[in-house]
Design a protein. Sequence first.
Length: 269
Amino acid sequence: MGLLTLPDGFGWLRAGAWQVAVREDCREILLPLDLAHPEVLAEAGERCFSGRGRPSLLTLPDGSQAVLRRYLHGGMLGPLIGGFFIRSSRPIGELKATEAARTAGVRVPEILAALHRPIRPGLHEGYLLSRLIPDATDLATLLLDGAGDGADRWLFRTGVATRRMHEAGIWHADLHVKNVLVAADELTLIDFDRARVPGTVSMRDRRLNLFRFDRSVVKLSLKGVVVPRESRLGFFAGYTDGEDDPERLLGMGERSQIWHRLAWRLHIR
């Protein structure tokens, strides 16, 4: 376990065959859970969330709630190898990236535990346990439900949060409208699985995040909601903070979407 270094505030716990990185100030709360059998915990939890890994809602011994998610492959690999991964640990990687973002002042989920089980050298599986964000709604749902003037504010604030994340040297692997949660007038970036913490995020990688996010906003048009261009511009304005031309970045992003838009139209037909 020594090879898997942890962020400050986390320590190791052995639970059967599982190596569990636990938030130290929550260790006593988590000890009564059967962490040696996370698949049993997941099955006993309430399946009220969508997404890969079939996240489960658990009630912790102190009465608070948390979400347990198993790491699963998507796409063509999913049916073949399911939850088995090679190379570096996915749960520990997400823990490190999430905590790096938190340290930089980005609002992120509170990870309680990251479960890692080596199968054989170079092969592992994992789970992640995060505290539930009560009454949270993803940005996609807000926009689809017609957030009105609030859309401009949340898109702008997403841009600000993304800039802070990049300035902290963190690159998000899949920044889109469903990975932004809004609750109690607070915005949270989620799902740092496969995120990278290179220390410095290149301009190319920054634009990949920005254009991916804007593309997810535009794609809502397939569900009948067209977010005004002025609102989308607000995301880039929040990101640039006056140091670059948001109109220029938005235009670059729109040009990068040409083939995506064509694919969407073909899919509709």
